[in-house]
Design a protein around this ligand. Structure first.
Ligand code: GRG
Length: 279
């Protein structure tokens, strides 16, 4: 199946799973339950789709990673809800709808973000994952590392400090892209490699590939949205040099995938490059 088709297939599957996950939660506060449902609607499900694409290449069964994919989407949704808050990026819209704090209010958005993160780890640590406990612990540990203060949180912190207490220069911007976006695009691929019991060498290489893909993903996001954003690579390099960098990353990352025997993953590159053409 083409990656673009697979994305649609995964979107439907994850949407219905997430709906069911939240429906089954016994939450005393109806407002929080409604906010969780709202926050989980409308994503592209890019991270689950890249998981599935790699899973097919290295023979990991769907039932072994779908709950993991749902947990990652919950964590992803939490970061978006919190990022949209007035104290952070102050965005009124998300996924074509009012952002959560606009639809509900600020304290609901803060608590819904917190809840999304806890519910994700509740699923991740449950026996429903049906994998050996030692592997499950390693997976939880890896996720906590990538979304914690060593990675995602510092990336977001630097983003908020950029051009204020943090000098606005290209190395700092690239550090933000790596920590805030790229590590969280590499993570789903690393988790699939862990489920397949791949060795350290493979995991380091797939992480490297995923990070390059993540930087490409962020660059395309920057190309799509250049208005009033200081933290945007197009403002530093200009459009033509940004497109050249994107091409370069595409070539390098495809070589990395090829060296792992994963040529089907090139379709993910092509999908990202395709989005850049319409930017
Ligand atoms: C609040 C801890 C914390 C972190 C926020 C994710 C993030 C960090 C900020 C969001 C802003 C942004 C532009 C992030 C770059 C990554 C990105 C393009 C996220 C959007 O991901 P998509 O396109 O979103 O997969 P959908 O809506 O399709 O799920």
């Amino acid at each position: 199946m083409l990656f673009s088709e697979y994305l649609g297939f995964m979107e439907e599957k994850i949407n219905s799973m997430l709906k069911e996950e939240v429906a089954n939660l016994e939450i005393p506060s109806k407002n929080i339950k409604d906010a969780l449902i709202y926050s989980l609607q409308g994503g592209k499900r890019f991270r689950p789709a890249i998981m599935g694409f790699l899973a097919e290449e290295i023979q990991v069964d769907e039932e072994d990673f779908l709950l993991l994919a749902c947990s990652l989407e919950m964590i992803h949704a939490y970061t978006l809800v919190h990022d949209d808050l007035p104290a952070m990026d102050n965005d009124d819209e998300r996924r074509g709808q009012p952002s959560l704090h606009k639809k509900f209010n600020e304290y609901t958005a803060i608590l819904a973000g917190d809840a999304l993160q806890s519910e994700a780890f509740y699923i991740l640590s449950s026996s429903r994952l049906n994998i050996p406990t030692s592997l499950q612990l390693q997976i939880i540990n890896t996720i906590a590392d990538k979304i914690g203060s060593k990675n995602l949180i510092s990336g977001q912190m630097f983003d908020l400090e950029f051009n204020k207490t943090l000098p606005a220069n290209l190395p700092n911007l690239q550090k933000i892209h790596l920590l805030k976006t790229a590590k969280f695009i590499a993570l789903p691929l690393v988790l699939i490699a862990m489920l397949a019991y791949k060795d350290e060498h493979f995991i380091a290489k797939i992480q490297d590939y995923g990070e390059k893909l993540g930087v490409m993903f962020q660059i395309v996001d920057d190309l799509k949205d250049t208005k009033d954003k200081g933290v945007n690579i197009v403002n530093f390099l200009g459009k033509s040099a940004t497109l050249n960098l994107l091409e370069e990353l595409d070539t390098i990352s495809k070589q990395k995938a090829t060296s792992l025997g994963l040529t089907n993953m090139h379709q993910i590159n092509d999908f990202i490059m395709g989005v850049s053409k319409n930017a």
